[in-house]
Every structure is written in C-alpha cells, then in structure tokens.
Design a protein around this ligand. Structure first.
Ligand code: PLP
Length: 417
C-alpha cells in the first residue's frame, strides 16, 4: 500500500513537473516526426520484414534500416545488426575499424566506460588482443570542475600531432561522477577538434539517443556508437548495436564487423528486421517514458531528503538518475523495491553480491523482458559509501512511477511513511 504522504508527494510531483514533461513531449514529437519522415522517404514496407538467411545478400530490409538509422541520426551512413551482442562490442568494432598501429586514441571525457578500458588495454599490452597489443596508444584529458578542458585537448593534439586518429567522447556520464554532455557541447568539441586535427571524433552515444532533438552527427561527430538494448531499440529489439557516421568511417568499421571488402554487403537478418524497425519507431516515446520516470524519481527522493542528480527540474541528455542514500540499507531497499514492482521476476529479492571485476559488492534490480536491457526499468549500485543508486529506464511512465513509489514505501517502512 502506498501511504497518504507518498500519494501527496506524487500529486505535487506531477504538478511541479508539468513544464519538464511538456519539454519532453516536444522533443519526443520532433524525433517522431523525423523518424516518420525517413521511414517514408526510405519506403519502409512489409516486404522488408521477411529477412534473409545465410550470407544475407540483397537484404532490402537490412539495407533500408541502415539507411533509416543514418538519416535519422544525421549521418551519411550506418549499420545496425542484431548480431552485435552489446554496446561494448559495437564500440570495439568502431575503434578497431579506425585505429592502426602507432595511432593515438585521445579520450576527452575522462576514462571511458569500464568494459571499454579492457578493449583499449588501458593498463598496457597484455597479449589479449586489445588496442594496446596492436600498438595503439591511449591518452585522456579529464574534466576540470565538470567542464571540458579545451586547453588540455589542444595541448595533447599539439603533442601527438597527426598521430591522433580518434578523439573519443562519452556522451553519458555512465557510472561516473561527471556531467552528461549536451549536443551543443559535443558540437563545440567537434568544431574545436576539426579545426586543429584530421582525427575522427567518435562518440559513445549509449543512453543518449533521442534525449534531445538532435544527435552528435548533426553537430559534426564522425562516428556514433550505441546499443539496441538501450534507447534506440525502443524496448523491442532483443539484441544488437549500431554504428553511424561518415561514409568512410562507417565503411572502415564495417570491415571489422565482417571482413575487409565485404563490409555491410553480408549479414542475414534472420527475421529481426521487423523488431528493429518497430523498436526504432517507438524509441523516442520509450525514451520519453524513461525520462519522465527519472524526473519523477528525482522529485520524490529529493522530497524525502536524499541527494539526487540531476535535480527534477534539470534538463537531461541521458536517461540516468542517481540517488545518494548515504547508508547501505537505503540502497538495498531501493533496489529491492524497484525489483518487486517490475513486470518480470517481481517475486525475486535482489541481494548484494561479489560481482566479478568489481571491488565492492554490487546490488542490481533488473526485472526486464530482455536480459540486461537498461531501457527497461533497472537500478544498481556498489555497496560502498556514499551508497549511490544508479537508476534508469522504464518502458512506461506509469509502471516506472509505481516502482518509484513502491521503493520509497519499502524504504520508509509501513509506519514511518
Ligand atoms: C552501456 C554502456 C556501454 C556499453 O555497455 P554494454 O553493457 O556492453 O552494452 C558503453 N558506454 C556507456 C556510456 C554505456 O552506458
């Protein structure tokens, strides 16, 4: 049962969030308009959904989907494949496609996502076949007080000169304590780099798609990369990844996806085209549902006295919400509440566990239709101070709202609420 106090906060939340919700609806409308326009221009039709087997030559659905992704994302070219298992693999394909021995990859947004550090070989060559093993050098420029360090970027570009082949941007804060970049800021970095270097600007776009009415390629990025079990899959895609960008950059990545010379000409869609088109069509709306849920969570938990980031009235360029609990039980109860209000595995009680590769125990709530899908309602956090929960997704705002209220109720206890 949701207490009267929480019901009251919920009513106030929706009243105070009216302006933010209206802004989200505007973004969703613009993105939907663009999607419909390019579905029409590319003559998306029922005959494209059948799919191919084997080599997958002349798969008109796959080719049209690639074109639709490129057009919607403001890119010259793109490929979308259900066979890419996750975002890390898509990023790996893109980076190995562009980088050659003795090149430098320069990240300008602190260290990249954890799993990508292995791909790069951030701790040096170890024989596993990381970029470092192939003689690709990695360097990074950190944020200074949450701002991009343009001076630092300039210094590194001068230092390495033409060896810098990739300038890397992670749009979303991911699980780091840093701001998420807006499209305007990404555009500024692209202009800055392109004025000084021939490097490809590559953007890890995970969690960012459709959060604004433009994407990084609209403002000059040479390559963007993402996962279909996040935003662009719309909760419908059951697996996959995409790469979009300039013709040459995407061509080079496609040679890593399959083989040099073959590129995007092969790849059986095995009946997945319908789901990928449908998911992309729904994606702006689903992203809006997730963002409404994040705003609502931010409002409710701030009212309950917790530190939240971003604040309920702040604009977001990704779907991640963090809530700082300050004590372990808070984080644990929050995740348990989210799980108990999920559509799948609601009867399961998540517990902290020692996940391989992590220093501290981690707790995760994931009651999703698609394993690991984080456009669906999901929450997690390491059991260490300040006991912060990372929360994202929700296919519908209504179910997200119920989950937030359920978690708050569990946290406060029956009496105390
Ligand atoms: C999710 C994510 C990735 C890729 O992670 P996978 O679990 O391999 O899909 C990369 N970068 C960011 C910022 C992400 O959020």
């Amino acid at each position: 049962m949701i207490s009267e106090k929480l019901k009251q906060i919920s009513i106030e939340a929706e009243r105070d969030l009216a302006e933010q919700f209206a802004e989200l609806e505007k973004i969703c409308f613009e993105n939907t308009e663009r999607i419909l326009h390019y579905f029409k221009e590319n003559r998306v039709s029922d005959t494209m959904f059948a799919g191919t087997t084997g080599y997958g030559y002349d798969d008109i659905g796959r080719d049209a989907l690639d074109k639709v992704y490129a057009d919607v994302f403001g890119a010259e070219s793109a490929f979308v494949r259900h066979t890419i298992p996750n975002g890390t693999t898509a990023l790996s394909i893109g980076l190995f496609g562009l980088l050659r021995p003795n090149d430098v990859m320069l990240s300008v947004t602190n260290a990249p996502y954890d799993t990508l550090c292995e791909v790069i070989g951030i701790n040096g060559a170890n024989g596993d076949g990381s970029l470092a093993d192939f003689g690709v050098q990695y360097d990074q420029v950190d944020f200074i007080e949450d701002k991009i360090d343009y001076e630092g970027i300039e210094k590194k570009l001068n230092e390495y000169g033409e060896r810098v082949k990739v300038v890397f941007i992670q749009r979303s804060k991911g699980y780091l304590n840093r701001p998420t970049l807006t499209i305007d800021e990404i555009g500024k970095i692209c202009d800055f780099v392109h004025a000084r270097s021939k490097a490809y600007v590559v953007v890890d776009n995970c969690y960012g798609e459709f959060c604004e009415s433009r994407e990084p390629c609209h403002v000059g990025a040479d390559m963007i990369i993402g996962s279909l079990i996040k935003n662009p899959g719309g909760g419908i895609a059951e697996s996959g990844g995409y790469i979009a960008g300039t013709k040459r950059a995407v061509e080079l990545a496609s040679y890593r996806l399959t083989s040099v010379g073959t590129g995007c000409e092969v790849g059986a869609s095995l009946g997945q085209n319908r789901n990928l088109f449908k998911g992309f069509f729904l994606a702006p709306h689903v992203v809006m549902q997730a963002k409404k849920t994040a705003h609502f969570a931010s409002y409710v938990y701030e009212k309950l006295g917790f530190e939240v980031f971003p604040k309920y009235n702040e604009f977001r360029s990704d779907i991640i919400q963090t809530i700082k609990f300050g004590y372990p039980e808070g984080l644990i109860k929050f995740c348990q509440g989210i799980q108990s209000a999920s559509p799948v595995d609601s009867y399961v009680t998540p517990m902290p566990w020692a996940m391989p590769g992590y220093q501290d125990e981690v707790i995760m709530a994931a009651g999703a239709f698609t394993q690991g899908s984080s456009i669906e309602l999901s929450a997690d956090g390491p059991i260490r101070p300040p006991y912060t929960a990372f929360f994202q997704g929700s296919l519908t705002y209504e179910s997200g709202k119920i989950a937030i209220l359920t978690s708050a109720q569990l946290l406060l206890g029956e009496n105390n609420a």
